[in-house]
Write a protein that binds this ligand. Sequence first.
Ligand SMILES: Cc1cc2nc3c(=O)[nH]c(=O)nc-3n(C[C@H](O)[C@H](O)[C@H](O)COP(=O)(O)OP(=O)(O)OC[C@H]3O[C@@H](n4cnc5c(N)ncnc54)[C@H](O)[C@@H]3O)c2cc1C
Length: 538
Amino acid sequence: MTTMIDVLVIGAGFAGLRALHGCREMGLSTSVVEAGDGIGGVWYYNQYPGARCDVESFDYSYRFSPELEQEWRWSERYATQPEILKYINHVADRFDLRRDVYLNTRVVRAEYDDGAMRWIVDCEDGRQWNAGRLILAMGQLSAPKQTTYPGQETFAGRIIYSAQWPKDKIDFTGKRVAIIGTGSSGVQMTPVIARQAAQLTVFQRTANYSIPAANAPVSDAEDRMVKTDYRARREAARNSPSGLGFVPDPRSAIDVSAEEREAAYSAAWNRLGFGFALTFRDILLNQQSNDTASDFIRRRIAEQVEDPVIRDLLTPRDFPFGTRRPSVDSGYFATFNRPNVKLVDISTAPITAFTPDGIQTRDAEYPFDIIIYATGFDAFTGSLLKPDIIGRDGVQLRDKWSAGPISFLGLAVQSFPNMFIIVGPGSPSLLSNVLLSSEEQIDWLTALFEHCRQNAIGEVEASAEAEQDWVEHVNARAQETLYVKTPSYYMGAEMPGKPQVFMPYSGGVRGYRRILEKTAASGYEGFTLNKRAVQGVP
Ligand SMILES: Cc1cc2nc3c(=O)[nH]c(=O)nc-3n(C[C@H](O)[C@H](O)[C@H](O)COP(=O)(O)OP(=O)(O)OC[C@H]3O[C@@H](n4cnc5c(N)ncnc54)[C@H](O)[C@@H]3O)c2cc1C
């Protein structure tokens, strides 16, 4: 059966649901197809203990409805995963979104029909959609790495992937637990599991920088204060470099005295979370400046860890602060002072296999009841490149992106007309408050759809020149930063064989928005707008 529709959205996370609402408000018939059996995207899948946002909830929430803003009450500054999922479900109910969301519906193929200017989209269960516009809201961190080790099937205990956390309640009481990986998920779950398990062993390949979340309950006074002036807060976030509302000190970290610098870092520490990276304007641009921030964090880590050997292992040294996504933690480092917590360095003695009893490294065997993989994601492109996405003249997105993602504004790809990517590579994406960035793009996109409606435009396609210019611009901006010095998921280094190119746009949320605005004001320069008549979208 084929369903004819104006807009098909793939993915029912924050972005997909917001796209559904935006398109529906315009009167476009819109459906969302979602592979999982629940809405919420990463917040549905990552139900591990300790999961929470690392952008403050007042900012990591939808801005499109002032009424929603006023009625929702966050209980903590950084909400937990259950609270965020409850919020997403509340939004779905409040705006009656569920009736257009198809769960357990994985897209396996999408092909552009050039003559009709429409996308034919096939799902795993045999259903087909025929859509005038296709919105890919498939997530940046929705394709977990399926790490495996030899002998894994022989392990007698339980193996859990943090990004596919099981629905049954896991009781760690009395258990010997392993966590493999010390990225954000590992950092968040370590203190929580350590409090429950008989014994916790964390396997670390790379020590990372982490900043205290300074999480706290939201008081009634704070709630009232934010809600009294929410619009101003949202505008500040939109006009800040990363969508957090903080604007950096305009000076270089090395242009101030050592005392002043120390005082600035101390004031930001324990207060700003990610905003610490914005204490001075050039922390992510200038190595010397970055050294001062990195050194400050190393000293704060040293204060938290008692054992000198563990302290040394937990101290990041090989890359500039922020060039791998830093964590925002709630007592991570101090957890290693507990008698039931161990750290194993797998950079020098790698894991070689799983055994029936546990994990074998080059140097020792460790027995466990539960092993948790917190090994991260095939970021930015993982989910986008799984289905066959076939554009004009049979061009496959996978082939077009074989040397790295190419797009105009991160939003559109030449040869793939009427297809739009939300918070994908080439946009601020994971360098920003992702929710804010997705709303910026969706608002811009619905304005483009309105422009098309008013001008009888059936087909929108990025031009080859605009795409080329944008890729060069993204790369040029990246070269101004320290990000390119470190192998990280920003650089495609998290997966063997992935093209090593800088994935997100580092020009900032405000800079990016201005480019979007300029593009719209110019009548969508950089896009070919084709007036041929089209069914569905008038
Ligand atoms: C644990 C965790 C914490 C995070 N915390 C923050 C934070 O504090 N601040 C921040 O800015 N960002 C954070 N992020 C990044 C996060 O990815 C974004 O903030 C945001 O939630 C992404 O929403 P999305 O809708 O774009 O994608 P997702 O939430 O990833 O949703 C994409 C959906 O698309 C579906 N999908 C994919 N492929 C297909 C297909 N072929 N067919 C059908 N459906 C498909 C997936 O099943 C998924 O449900 C976090 C990520 C994780 C994993």
